[in-house]
Design a protein around this ligand. Sequence first.
Ligand code: XMP
Ligand code: MG
Length: 181
Amino acid sequence: MHKDVDRVLVSREEIHAKCIELGKQITKDYTDRGELPILVGLLNGSVPFMSELMKNIEMDVEIDFMDVSSYEGTQSVGSIRINKDMGTSAAGKSILLVEDIVDTGKTLTEVKRMLANKGAKDVRVVSLLDKPDRRTEDIEADYVGFTIPNEFVIGYGLDYNQKYRNLPYVGILKPEVYEES
Ligand code: XMP
Ligand code: MG
């Protein structure tokens, strides 16, 4: 285990098993609806989860990525800045957004609104983690890997100051790491 990690919250094995389960459910749901989704990962945090999940979806899905960030200082649901947009048009598409964590829900609320404005046919969300205690917006992911307590987590895509994204598990950061910086 990494020296800065207090404890592992979700192991690599648990994440892999969950990706198989989510992949089956997503395959079934979209097959039943007769739709092929385009998986749109939100950079950078969704990369490891997207990579594992997509291998367990048994349909001809396309993948794409977006990079968005929230404007500092805007109150409630402000607008978001698009640092990198999708490579293809969202119009008429069934989009499955892939996120690392839903926290306040502000990011997803804004991204969903933006994609709806661009004419997406349907926008759903799959998130590796859900931290419902901190939610301020009326939004839920359609598919959730693990519901976690209100702790700051790192690993499997999640970072602290851009570090720890490559850890193969989700862990709780030792408080002294962010207290000393
Ligand atoms: P909102 O609040 O818009 O934010 O749902 C979601 C984004 O906030 C970040 N986030 C975290 N990042 N550990 C992290 O490394 C955490 O515990 C955490 N909680 C929220 C993350 O970037 C996510 O996409
Ligand atoms: Mg993120």
